[in-house]
Ligand binder design. Structure first.
Ligand code: URA
Length: 425
């Protein structure tokens, strides 16, 4: 049967269901350049308003996966389990979790991306380690998973390649926020990666790309169903992203903080989330080991060092240090009511830690260290944030961006829970 792009668009525009063959045809024709950008834009907008049924979404995701290669991780000596975060400020959990879960006996294929805007990217953080290389062949990935149990590397261009084209188009057509489009984009890449099990860390709050719990819950349910239906045991954990995670926000600064946690120290919230996500990952692959013990006895840190070395990095090398630093000082006594993750993320970005466009480079040394936490009593003159930048111009941009990040008041503040709710099939 032949299809016309106009008919497919009209079907979705009018709220009717797309046939499996129509979905397969339009995605394939779009990759081949036979369906124009403006036609796919119209279809994306129709999906934004009218959604996709469960069956349509499943087919849409299948076709995205079929647009590229699928890694074959069968036959490894350990079960594979991965984690995906929808992105937050100070979210360095992947750096800790991959070696931690590997130290407990599973294999973690963390195929990661770079940061865009105010949220950081795992590869940008690890690239602050001298010599570390993000690009591995599929054979190297398999071999490292088998021998060490942990790989953090760039997701190959071959995984669900239609997603790159669709994502760029969504970015310029105000259709990024559609739940079926987000779910299929994330899950097509994770399913194509070949992991057997997956934990989704769905961030909610001021610094997350989803601000309210109801929407996060729907996204989590949709992704869990997609993963499970495709044979990947999937669980989602909703976690708060109102305040930055940990104290450090910025590439090398976050590597340093991750190493502290891997050595059994570091901020409580980073440790709590790492241990909790590790527990869920291990449950999914039926491994009964306490991850907290692997942080305290140094074995997770040993796996981290081996993983960094295997990818050319020197875990003992000094990390880049900022040329310019400054402190933001409290103007009066009080109690920290809130620290806005979005403001801190934007400040780190302005200081040079993030990029404006995909092709920009990032500063390894730039970023923010939060010297206080929500609920803490402070005195006038006390430093609240430390700003790091490569030059004075970036430092000034960071000062401007962070000006409203903290609210100081009189009343005591109860700590908000980090772990919100768990979503399973
Ligand atoms: N991350 C993705 O990979 N895709 C989206 O649509 C949103 C976040």
């Amino acid at each position: 049967m032949t299809y016309s792009a106009v008919d497919v668009i009209a079907t979705k525009r009018d709220g009717r269901l797309l046939a499996n063959e129509a979905i397969a045809w339009i995605l394939d024709a779009y990759v081949r350049g036979e369906v124009a950008e403006e036609q796919m834009s119209a279809l994306l907008m129709a999906i934004y308003f009218n959604g996709l049924s469960d069956a349509e979404l499943s087919t849409w995701t299948d076709c995205m996966i079929a647009s590229g290669e699928r890694l074959d991780l069968r036959g490894l000596s350990r079960p594979t389990v991965d984690k995906h975060s929808t992105g937050g400020v100070g979210d360095k959990i992947s750096l800790i979790l991959a070696p931690l879960v590997a130290a407990c006996g599973a294999a973690v294929p963390q195929l990661s991306g770079r940061g865009l805007g105010h949220t950081g990217g795992t590869l940008d953080k690890l690239e602050s380690i001298p010599g570390w290389r993000a690009f591995l062949s599929n054979e190297e990935i398999r071999e490292q998973l088998d021998s060490i149990g942990a790989v953090i590397c760039a997701a190959g261009q071959g995984l669900a390649p239609v997603d790159r084209k669709l994502y760029s188009l969504r970015d310029v057509t105000a259709t990024v926020e559609s739940i079926p489009l987000i779910s299929s984009s994330i899950m097509s890449k994770k399913i194509a990666e070949g992991t057997h099990a997956l934990v989704l860390d769905v961030k909610v709050g001021r610094g997350a790309f989803i601000k309210n719990v109801e929407r996060a819950r729907i996204l989590a349910h949709t992704m869990v169903r997609l993963g499970t239906d495709h044979g990947v045991a999937t669980v989602a954990q909703l976690t708060s992203m109102d305040a930055p995670l940990g104290r450090a926000v910025g590439n090398a600064l976050e590597v340093t903080e991750s190493v502290e946690v891997l050595r059994g120290n570091g901020p409580d919230d980073v440790r709590e989330l790492s241990v909790e996500l590790a527990r869920v990952m291990l449950q999914l692959v039926d491994i009964h080991v306490d991850p907290a013990g692997k942080l305290d006895d140094g074995s997770a840190y040993e796996v981290y060092r081996t993983m960094i070395r295997a990818q050319g990095g020197d875990p003992d090398a000094a990390l880049p240090v900022a040329v310019c630093t400054d402190k933001v000082i409290a103007e009066h006594d009080g109690v920290i009511q809130s620290i806005d993750a979005l403001d801190v993320g934007v400040a780190a970005w302005r200081l040079g830690a993030g990029r404006e466009r995909k092709e920009d480079s990032v500063s390894a040394a730039a970023g923010v260290v939060c010297l206080v936490r929500e609920g803490e009593a402070i005195s006038k003159g006390q430093p609240l944030f430390e700003l790091h930048a490569d030059d004075e111009a970036h430092l000034q941009r960071g000062r401007d961006a962070i000006a409203r990040a903290v609210v100081v008041g009189e009343r005591p503040v109860n700590a908000q829970p980090l772990l919100l709710e768990r979503v399973t099939k």
